[in-house]
Design a protein around this ligand. Structure first.
Ligand code: PYL
Length: 278
């Protein structure tokens, strides 16, 4: 997991409205709708009391990231939760959250970012929510991913989660990872579970030429070059850094979904409710 920088997230609170309008223009769905669909709650009755979210800064390890709690809080508030950042970090923050009758607590150390639903004892990690949210957003943008060639770059934690969700949508999956053994291992798991057709062993230019959509689950920076990506390609690129170089980004600017936290955080919150309401 690449550690976010303050410069990645500082403008989230002031930019969230503009971000949401752009997401709706590209996918036809708002951030809240994507999170609800991704969590399987589109048919659930969500018109209940506004839930209280406590975002707790965590000081262990490399310590707080300036702007991180404020960004998470802004996203939660934007999609309608009664969210706030606790006055104290760590255990003091958890104490405060319980005394303030928080329904959901969100906190991140250097290894895990999770939402804890204190009512239903449900926990959701940022990785699983980001995979669900981004596959849903890509599916909304594409209309449907069924039978479409989708290139998945990166067979790490996020890629493994995304591969499963993409295969479940009957995509024609191309998996690319510079570590070819990891690529093959993930492909074999998907073939075994879904009996799906999974393509591996391609060089990146060929894979980019064959695919209609890209899900970039890699930690790489600017490795997808403008020369190789077709301008009609749909791109889902969760997190930082961005895998496309500037030329590639310019070619797909109207068809790329990319953010450091928004879709993951919104989906964490609705996934944390899913056990109770689906
Ligand atoms: C959750 C993000 C998504 C991508 N990388 C992950 C990251 O940066 N993790 C570290 C989060 C540290 C937060 C710090 C704080 O401000 O509370 N402990």
């Amino acid at each position: 997991m690449t550690r976010l920088l303050p410069t990645d997230i500082n403008d989230i609170p002031t930019g969230i409205e503009k971000y949401d309008l752009e997401l709706k223009r590209k996918t036809g769905s708002s951030l809240k709708d994507i999170a609800i669909i991704a969590s399987g709650l589109e048919k659930a009755n969500l018109e209940e009391a506004v839930l209280r979210v406590a975002v707790i800064p965590v000081s262990v390890g490399l310590g707080p990231i300036s702007g991180f709690s404020a960004a998470v809080n802004a996203i939660a508030s934007h999609i309608g939760f009664d969210s706030y950042v606790t006055g104290l970090p760590d255990v003091g923050g958890l104490d405060e959250a319980f005394r303030n009758e928080a329904d959901i607590v969100m906190m991140a150390d250097d290894y895990l970012f999770a939402a804890f639903n204190l009512q239903d004892r449900q926990v959701v990690s940022n990785d699983e929510a980001t995979a669900r949210g981004y596959v849903t957003a890509l599916s909304c943008m594409a209309g449907s991913l069924c039978k479409k060639f989708v290139l998945l770059t990166g067979a790490g934690r996020l890629g493994i989660l995304a591969a499963d969700l993409l295969a479940d949508r009957q995509t024609k999956l191309i998996i690319y990872d510079p570590d070819r053994s990891r690529e093959k291992e993930l492909a074999e798991k998907i073939i075994e579970k879904y009996g799906a057709t999974v393509f591996t062993g391609m060089e990146l230019p060929e894979a980019l030429n064959r695919c209609e959509a890209v899900f970039d689950a890699s930690p790489g920076c600017a490795f997808i070059k403008g020369d190789y990506i077709k301008s009609g390609t749909l791109v889902a690129a969760p997190g930082m850094p961005l895998g496309l170089d500037a030329e590639a980004y310019a070619k797909v600017a109207e068809r790329i979904i990319h953010d450091p936290l928004q879709i993951g955080v919104a989906t964490m919150l609705y996934c944390s409710l899913a056990v109770h309401r689906s």
